[in-house]
Design a binder for this molecule. Structure first.
Ligand SMILES: Cc1cc2nc3c(=O)[nH]c(=O)nc-3n(C[C@H](O)[C@H](O)[C@H](O)COP(=O)(O)OP(=O)(O)OC[C@H]3O[C@@H](n4cnc5c(N)ncnc54)[C@H](O)[C@@H]3O)c2cc1C
Length: 509
């Protein structure tokens, strides 16, 4: 890829911003065989406190891009979150199972965002079709019928340069330039609060702090405690209107706020920052060749730990569609299914985060979780798993629009490793001749075929849904299902319509 004052080569995709979402998208696109250029303003990942939790679906995407095994030692399994009032009474119990769940991973992991970003960047340095250009500040993007020209400043030399790409994805964070160029306004979901976030490193063990995250629902001063990886501990504490950011960041003030949990003898403060937490979703995620993903498309208060998770889901949803359009001859309109699927999905998470923010401020469980009744026992909450918005789905009946399960297969591999980064057909056994024909048809189309009876959980999943077969997309979401074995072959027409025609022989088992 050449980068010069005169645009020469054209990349398949240019990504603005190398945060966790841009890095994940670049790795997925590279895996699909696309040429990618990433432009990032900073030399190093962001150093202020940010994400501490991700879920099983994120781990599944990290598995797809080949970094899950490297990330795993940098995580700590989370038993979940408790909401308590000023008297220590449990209002809400959102405990998580501590065993591996249907996604093939645990439900909830604690992590340290800079660890993840370092691993993603290292992986990118080995991706042959991805070029990362750091210290490049993108300031303009012009679209034309064949692509887009991105103009940027090389911050090391001060030179103004440009690069061309067929599509541009803005993973450029909350103050996104690409969102502004798309001309998007945002839906405001009503939560805007200033919080002080403090990351500490314990100098000695403090088991009494606990393994659960705790939301202190104390209207006087709501606060959150998060047990991090190793000796890392996080406190998030609301700012009062009368307190300036500078006053809150004074070490004496920080220690005063932390004094009910720890003292300087117990821990060092690693870093602290005052954030304004917002709850917004951009209305428009695409304008022709420009798209947005991650914080540029949505922002959430952190009470569900889902901001980064949603961004990684964006990347996973978008990557295979870009590959299908650029390499597979799918129509550009396929990209419209990206916002149509993702906007309702992420909105559901943000609305719940806002309601939980309300609970932390008011202790009103019923308002946070309609239908829940607060009695002597804490209300039990479980993780939500919304379906994708309408998008490509031919039906609104689950499991369409939800992730397929990921069991371990008889050869010891996880389902996704077995099927590779592409479409997969899971089908119940029928008669031998029909099964053979279906298997051959899958092979011809580059769709991985998996007989449900190879793994008990697949069989059980089909049974529970009352279906005979399911077509799974490269982002592991179910595209379509067949009720009878006779209809299973018909599902392949959907894959043919959408499948990137890149070499997928390695994927088809
Ligand atoms: C206190 C706090 C706690 C959080 N906790 C969680 C949690 O537990 N779980 C969770 O899932 N999420 C959490 N989040 C949210 C999570 O950190 C963000 O959602 C995530 O970092 C967003 O990633 P991103 O890649 O979209 O954007 P960013 O990480 O913001 O990256 C954007 C990148 O674009 C670059 N850029 C911007 N403009 C340009 C330009 N014009 N040219 C070149 N480069 C540009 C920037 O330099 C930056 O590197 C938390 C956030 C905060 C603040």
């Amino acid at each position: 890829m050449s980068v010069s004052n005169e645009p020469a080569a054209i990349a398949d995709v240019a990504i603005v911003g190398l945060g966790p979402v841009g890095a994940t998208l670049a790795l997925l696109l590279g895996q699909a065989g696309l040429s990618v250029v990433v432009l990032e303003r900073e030399a190093e990942p962001y150093t202020l406190p940010r994400a501490v939790h991700f879920d099983d679906e994120v781990m599944r995407v990290l598995q797809t891009i080949g970094v899950a095994d490297e990330v795993l030692p940098h995580t700590h399994l989370s038993p979940g979150m408790l909401f308590v009032d000023a008297a220590g009474r449990r209002l809400l119990d959102w405990s998580r199972a501590m065993n591996i769940g249907p996604q093939g991973w645990h439900e909830s992991y604690r992590f340290h965002q800079p660890d993840l970003e370092r691993i993603l960047r290292r992986k990118l340095s080995t991706a042959p079709s991805v070029t990362v250009l750091a210290r490049r500040d993108v300031f303009a993007i012009d679209q034309d019928p064949d692509g887009a020209t991105l103009r940027f400043e090389d911050l090391a030399s001060g030179q103004l340069e440009s690069v061309r790409a067929r599509y541009v994805v803005g993973c450029d964070g909350a103050r996104s330039l690409v969102r502004r160029l798309i001309g998007s306004t945002s839906v405001d979901l009503g939560f805007h609060e200033r919080w002080l976030v403090i990351d500490c490193l314990l100098k000695r063990d403090k088991p009494e702090l606990g393994e659960h995250s705790i939301q202190f629902c104390e209207p006087e001063r709501p606060a959150t405690y998060v047990r991090g990886v190793g000796q890392r501990r996080r406190w998030e504490i609301t700012a009062k209107d009368s307190e300036s950011n500078a006053a809150l960041m004074e070490p004496a003030k920080i220690w005063q706020l932390l004094s009910r949990w720890i003292t300087p003898e117990d821990a060092d403060i690693e870093r602290a920052a005052v954030y304004m937490f917002h709850s917004v979703v951009a209305r428009k995620w695409r304008h022709e060749r420009l798209l947005i993903a991650g914080d540029s498309a949505h922002q959430t208060p952190p009470f569900l730990g889902q901001g980064l998770c949603a961004g990684i889901r964006d990347a996973s949803n978008l990557a295979w569609k870009l590959a299908a359009v650029i390499r597979g001859g799918a129509p550009g309109t396929l990209l419209d299914s990206y916002p149509s699927e993702r906007i309702p999905h992420v909105t559901e998470y943000i609305e719940l985060a806002v309601r939980l923010g309300g609970l932390i401020n008011t202790r009103a469980v019923e308002r946070a979780l309609p239908g829940a009744s607060a009695g002597d026992e804490p209300v039990r909450m479980s993780s939500i798993k919304p379906s994708l918005g309408r998008g490509l789905a031919l039906s609104s009946e689950r499991p369409v629009g939800t992730p397929a399960p990921q069991p371990r297969m008889p050869d010891g591999r996880l389902f996704d490793d077995r099927v590779g980064y592409g479409f997969a057909l899971i089908a119940r056994a029928s008669d031998a001749a029909a099964d053979d024909a279906l298997r051959r048809q899958c092979q011809q189309q580059g769709v991985a075929f998996v007989a449900a009876d190879e793994a008990g959980p697949l069989q059980a999943w089909l049974d529970q849904a009352g279906i005979s077969a399911a077509l799974v997309r490269p982002d592991r979401y179910v595209l379509a299902v067949a009720e009878t074995s006779a209809d299973a072959a018909g599902l392949l027409t959907h894959a043919l319509r959408l499948s990137p025609s890149a070499d997928r022989k390695s994927c088809a088992a």
